[in-house]
Design a protein around this ligand. Structure first.
Ligand SMILES: [Fe+2]
Ligand SMILES: [Fe+2]
Length: 373
């Protein structure tokens, strides 16, 4: 058995059973920047491991010993529901008895070897998200509504990347209103918990920013129109990242200056998408345009300073930085709430110190110290 990857405690746990040494090594290399992966050449040892650990997903190669792929698959399917992971079955041929049985028994997903790295990542991510999204059936309807609405909205948008599409204004406004209501009813902790473990970084980040902004906006006395604009902007501010290649967006190492330039272009890309979207309140564009600007002029894209940044821009700056610091990324573990707030407090004049202090109180007292979400 081998264990790979850094930041072990913060990564989603995946098991890989079977396949050649080389195949396991290739899969491990693909997945280890993003997940914690345990690999087993021996299917009995892999099944044994499931007695003690609870991976979200097991990737099973039909080429496994001493139990063959079919028997191992049967054993996985027979596990009690509470202990049964999602299964990704890997076979040499689509018409093999192994993959046919996998499809017939409704296992999570199948891939025929050889497959592209991107197909593997997509399949793994979709299965992890299926687990998280299934949990949404058990949360309050008020919390589930915007989660489902925004997920559907993002799936539609992902299909439109590269096309001259407009954003779904009515859906975004409806979700913004729903999130403002979630915040008003004190349900933000439940919303953040429900997102825990979701593997779509952009979706999860956008909903978290929107939820925190709605709550923060209420706390500082903003009224309905501004609140909805804030939470819709939270949902859409990074939408241009859909056009940024996965390899840059989720790069495990440090970005090169060229990568950084591409990454920073997400602000202009978000604004381009908004420019071809009718009926979007202007405040949403303004918040999006300034969410990476900093009071001391150190931000981008324009290096705006001080008074050039209004209250909404200052609020989004605080929340966006907090959410980014407390999120798990391939290149670093998430910071806890207090550590993130401490870091923000030390950002000198980049963020509005009064707003950072208010937000600190809101997160630590209002949401409870356990919230790193
Ligand atoms: Fe951004
Ligand atoms: Fe952001």
């Amino acid at each position: 058995m081998t264990v790979s990857g850094d930041f072990l405690a913060h990564k989603t746990l995946i098991g890989l059973i079977g396949g050649s040494d080389k195949h396991r090594a290739v899969i491990t290399e693909s997945l280890m920047p993003y997940y914690r992966i345990y690999t087993f050449a021996d299917s009995e040892k892999g099944l044994d491991w499931l007695r003690t650990d609870r991976p979200v997903l097991v990737i099973l190669d039909e080429d496994t010993k001493p139990l063959g792929g079919l028997s191992t698959l049967e054993a996985l399917i027979r596990l009690p529901a509470a202990r049964r992971p999602q299964i990704l079955a890997l076979g040499a041929k689509a018409e093999s008895p192994f993959l046919e049985m996998a499809v017939k028994r409704g296992v999570g997903a199948t891939l025929v070897k050889p497959f592209k790295h991107s197909h593997l990542l997509r399949a793994v991510s979709a299965l992890i998200n299926r687990v998280v999204e299934t949990r949404w059936k058990t949360v309050s309807p008020l919390v589930a509504a915007p989660l489902l609405r925004v997920t559907e909205m993002f799936e539609t948008l992902a299909d439109l990347v590269g096309l001259p599409a407009a954003l779904p204004t009515a859906e975004a406004l409806a979700a913004g209103r729903e999130l403002a209501e979630v915040a008003r009813q004190g349900l933000l902790p439940e919303l953040l918990d429900a997102l825990d473990g979701h593997d779509n970084y952009l979706l999860s980040h956008s909903i978290r920013v929107a939820g925190h902004l709605a709550r923060f906006g209420q706390t500082v006395g903003l009224k309905d129109d501004s609140l909805v604009a804030l939470s819709v902007a939270g949902l859409l501010h990074d939408i241009g990242k859909m056009e940024i290649p996965f390899t840059i967006l989720n790069k495990p190492g440090e970005l090169t200056p060229d990568d950084r330039q591409v990454m920073n272009s997400h602000v202009a890309r978000s604004l381009n998408l908004m420019a071809r979207t009718p009926d979007l309140p202007p405040a949403i564009l303004a918040i999006t345009a300034t969410h990476h600007e900093r009071l001391d002029g150190s931000g981008y894209p324009r290096g705006l300073k001080g008074e050039a940044l209004n209250k909404l821009s200052r609020l989004v700056g605080v929340v966006d930085v907090y959410c980014a610091l407390t999120e798990r990324r391939p290149y670093r573990p998430p910071l806890g709430s207090e550590a993130a707030l401490d870091r923000m407090g030390a950002m000198n004049a980049a963020l509005d110190p009064g707003l950072v202090a208010t937000f600190r109180g809101l997160v630590l007292d209002g949401l409870g110290r356990r919230v790193a979400a």
